[in-house]
Design a protein around this ligand. Structure first.
Ligand code: GDP
Ligand code: ZN
Length: 458
């Protein structure tokens, strides 16, 4: 355990209705007791109780604030140390003066992430969980929040621990075989290695598959709104973003640059890009816009191809329909509030009904259907099922790839009569890289790097 007691403001700075100063360490209760006036002596209260009172500077009896103080004795606290949380009135002045006071009476200011680091060092959480706390703080959408929440609860760790257990048992078996080669269990060992490594390889691959979804959840699905000038792309962006970042006009070809907007559809974050209308053009400035639109299309995770219900299909529409039919494309038939001239049967030829949505960007009818269609396309309902772990952290993904490589090498070696002690090296490597995800034997510099990403007070 750490000797010193740390303190920081644990809530976001700014005008909130309350703000929290958190202390952690062997002397947390003692330090808080020095500046807290109430009927109760903090040193004598039961753990996990809340006390009402005042923060008073013992030096001059100045009353700083009326507060609620929560005492959580270790190890049943976030850091596994004694923790005191002082809820002050919101506003920067009150909370800062309370923090300054506890710093004067024995605590020292916490480094960014130091509370979480202590939780890790005291064995309360593993490294994957600690990193999930970072993602939790940063997560932008509901769903990303839920994924991070799950990881913080140890969902990823729960999958990795049994994998490592199997690898350790395998290593023990291999060890015996190396020590007693006269037992002639070589073939058996080869099968055992291949079986176990293949099984774990499969699990690693599954985690990696989901990791892509994890990335999408955190960073947003790159969504390009494509279509001819005047189809209603900017209006759709606005309807989805519910504000007016893109310029909507009646003159074809005015969205010359790419406008980007982050929106959350049913909890799925989209990075929506409105592109210049795609059409053949001789206007130089417009040409640049059209080229950029084509580039954006290449990188898109999802494409919303907007067609104008009110007009017959144009040659440019037909080109786009053909070009995009093998991509993740949703056809948005816009302007259904107007009489239709669009040859929808021709569209249906290449796109099935689930990929076609009818709406009016103008009055908002059908936007719900689009939301459903988007979430259906990407998650096919899977995201709602409770037992899925997403790997969304770049360090975890890199380590899973390292593990994958070692396991593949081990499996391949079993087919090539490579000496067992060489295969053992690959198995050991895979066990170690999985361990790194959990923070086993993590070096100081790695820890510092991870925990420095936290904001103060976490
Ligand atoms: P873009 O060039 O594809 O971005 O098209 P805009 O969003 O700028 O829209 C072109 C014109 O169509 C504007 O006058 C819009 O008000 C109009 N418009 C867009 N969506 C609808 C719709 O659903 N119904 C009707 N009636 N007009 C629309
Ligand atoms: Zn536009």
């Amino acid at each position: 355990m750490n000797e010193d007691t740390i303190a920081a403001i644990a809530t976001a700075l700014g005008e909130g209705s309350i703000a929290v100063v958190r202390l952690s360490g062997a002397d947390a209760i003692n330090t808080a007791a020095k500046v807290f006036k109430s009927k109760q002596d903090l040193r004598e209260v039961a753990s996990h109780t809340v006390q009402y009172g005042w923060i008073v500077d013992p030096h001059n009896d100045n009353v700083l604030d009326e507060v609620l103080v929560t005492v959580m004795k270790g190890p049943r606290s976030f850091t596994a140390e004694d923790v005191v949380e002082i809820s002050t009135h919101g506003g920067i002045v009150a909370v800062k003066s309370v923090l300054e006071l506890v710093l004067r009476y024995g605590a020292r200011i916490a480094e960014p992430g130091e509370f979480t680091k202590r939780a890790f060092l005291n064995g309360r959480i593993d490294l994957a969980q600690a990193e999930a706390v970072i993602d939790l703080i940063r997560s932008k959408s509901d769903r990303a929040f839920q994924v991070a929440r799950k990881q913080a609860d140890g969902a990823l760790s729960k999958q990795i621990i049994p994998m490592r257990q199997e690898l350790i048992e395998l290593l023990a078996h291999v060890e015996v075989n190396i020590d007693y080669p006269e037992h002639d269990v070589e073939d058996l060992t080869s099968d055992y290695i291949r079986g176990t490594c293949s099984k774990i390889l499969k699990q690693v691959n599954e985690l990696l598959l989901k990791s892509n979804e994890g990335k999408i959840l955190r960073e947003g699905i790159v969504t390009v709104i494509a279509g001819r000038p005047n189809a209603g792309k900017s209006s759709l962006l606005n309807a989805l973003a519910r504000d007016n970042k893109a310029i909507v006009t009646d003159i074809p070809g005015t969205t010359r640059d790419i406008v980007e907007e982050s929106v959350s559809l049913s909890g799925i974050p989209l990075r929506l890009m409105d592109t210049a209308g795609i059409r053949e053009t001789s206007d130089k400035v417009e040409q640049i816009g059209v080229e950029r639109s084509h580039d954006a299309l290449i990188d898109a995770d999802l494409i919303l191809l907007v067609l104008n219900h009110h007009e017959p299909l144009h040659e440019d529409d037909r080109k786009l329909l053909k070009q995009l039919k093998d991509r993740s494309t949703i056809i948005v038939v816009n302007k259904i509030d107007l009489p239709g001239s669009l040859e929808i049967d021709e569209v249906r030829h290449d796109y099935n009904e689930e990929r076609i949505v009818y709406l009016s960007a103008k009055d908002g009818n059908g936007i719900d259907e689009l939301e459903k269609s988007v979430s259906g396309l990407f998650f096919s309902g899977a995201v709602d099922s409770g037992d899925i772990t997403y790997v969304s952290n770049a360090r975890h993904i890199a380590l899973l790839h390292t593990t994958k490589k070692s396991l593949e090498d081990a499996v391949a070696a079993t087919y090539e009569s490579v000496p067992i002690d060489l295969i053992q090296i690959d198995i050991t490597a895979s066990w170690e890289s999985l361990g790194e995800i959990l923070g086993d034997a993590a070096g100081d510099s790695l820890l510092d790097q991870i925990f420095s990403q936290f904001c103060l007070g976490k």
